[in-house]
Design a protein around this ligand. Structure first.
Ligand code: NDP
Length: 360
């Protein structure tokens, strides 16, 4: 049998996923979980090829405000014209038996509305991070999915990504001793005109967008919840981009064991996302930690040095994430990153903003 480059990528992604995601189906299920993709933007362009790498999921419908784009993408994924929706007729998806779940890939403040509408249509929901833009919306989303008896998962892809999971495994095994301190940061220099600079759509600045990776990582790396948070925010570049949202946020969290984490996020600098965890017997870091590929882990395990670059290529992270949610739907299991996980981050973001003096 001759393997193509694409086959090789597929095998690589799935074998990596199989090593780290215990619930992954070993074999294709009889019927794949069908996803309607809501919002055909940048992240949807990574998620859909990731779905194609799975054995148990497929793209069966599209929801878009741009019919030409939707028709082009539908042709690519074999989606029939009858399964293309817009934001007005979206609720008709309730009558489409090829759609089991939706993937919400819209601007942040639209996540709550489409999650709740999808739940009312009887569809399971995989919602992009940040879950939404307020604690109240997060609670409404969880309640709507519970009332409709559908599953809700937040697309925290790092929970399904081998380099991040390897760091968690090393820390939990005690290989770096007692964790004492964590540093993490993530940012990029944002272009003017982005919806991410519009508070109504984004909810806030880089904390909602990329700082959330650092916040969430500190929680999965420690398996603890922060008990104290202190934060500062600033705008340095007075070039008109930051009229509504902050440019920089720095925050510190103390966890119950005494671990102290220091995090930074910015829209003013191209800051490759990383974390570095310092323990009593060594350290472990991932840099990059949150990119779509090119991740690299390094560690000092009580004097034994480890260097583990991850050769997997995008969209390798999106396959185990979709595979996990489909597996949960098919086997009636709770996802690893349910709505409650997103709600916790929404509460910590609110706390960080309060401490930094940023109005909700
Ligand atoms: P994009 O701007 O690239 O795409 C968003 C899409 O939403 C648009 O293409 C559009 O799709 C639709 N849309 C509907 N209403 C609006 C509106 N008023 N303004 C802008 N777009 C609208 O954003 P991203 O894909 O970068 O981000 C989408 C979500 O995904 C965000 O919540 C973000 O935080 C998250 N994200 C997650 C990442 C991850 O790694 N997990 C990485 C990047 C983003 P259409 O034209 O089809 O209607």
């Amino acid at each position: 049998m001759t393997l193509t480059r694409r086959d090789f990528g597929k095998i690589g992604a799935l074998s990596l996923a199989a090593r780290f995601v215990p619930t992954l189906d070993a074999q294709a299920s009889a019927r794949k979980t069908g996803y309607a993709i809501i919002g055909l933007g940048r992240i949807a362009g990574h998620f859909m090829p990731g779905v194609q790498l799975t054995t148990n999921s497929s793209v069966t419908a599209l929801v878009s405000g741009h019919p030409d784009k939707a028709a082009r993408i539908a042709a690519q994924y074999g989606v029939p014209a009858s399964s293309i929706y817009n934001y007005d007729n979206f609720d008709e998806i309730a009558h489409n038996p090829t759609v089991d779940a939706v993937y919400v890939a819209l601007p942040n403040s639209m996540h709550a509305e489409y999650t709740i509408r999808a739940a009312k249509a009887g569809k399971h929901v995989l919602c992009e991070k940040p879950m939404c833009t307020s604690v109240a919306d997060a609670e409404r989303m969880i309640a709507a999915c519970k009332a409709a008896n559908v599953k809700l998962m937040i697309a925290y892809r790092c929970h399904y990504e081998p380099t991040n999971l390897r760091a968690v495994e090393l820390i939990r095994s005690g290989a770096i001793g007692q964790v004492q301190a964590i540093e993490s940061a993530f940012g990029f220099s944002i272009a003017p005109g982005e919806w991410r600079l519009d508070k109504k759509l984004a909810g806030g600045g880089p904390l909602y967008d990329v700082g959330i990776y650092c916040l969430n990582a500190c929680r999965y790396l420690t398996s603890e919840e922060p008990e104290n948070i202190a934060a500062f925010a600033s705008v340095i570049d007075k070039d008109g981009r930051f009229k509504e949202v902050e440019e920089n946020v720095g925050w510190t969290m103390r966890f119950p064991s005494g671990i102290v984490a220091s995090c930074n996020t910015t829209y003013g600098s191209n800051l490759t996302g990383f974390f570095r965890v310092h323990g009593s017997k060594g350290w472990v870091q991932a840099q990059p930690a949150f990119n779509y590929d090119g991740l690299a882990l390094a560690a000092d395990l009580n004097g034994k040095m480890i260097d583990e670059p991850n050769p997997a290529k995008d969209p390798y992270q999106f396959a185990p994430q979709a595979e996990h949610f489909s597996h949960c739907i098919q086997n009636n299991l709770e996802p690893k990153t349910p709505g409650e996980e997103g709600l916790r981050d929404m509460r910590y973001i609110a706390e960080i903003y309060r401490s930094a003096g940023i109005a909700a």
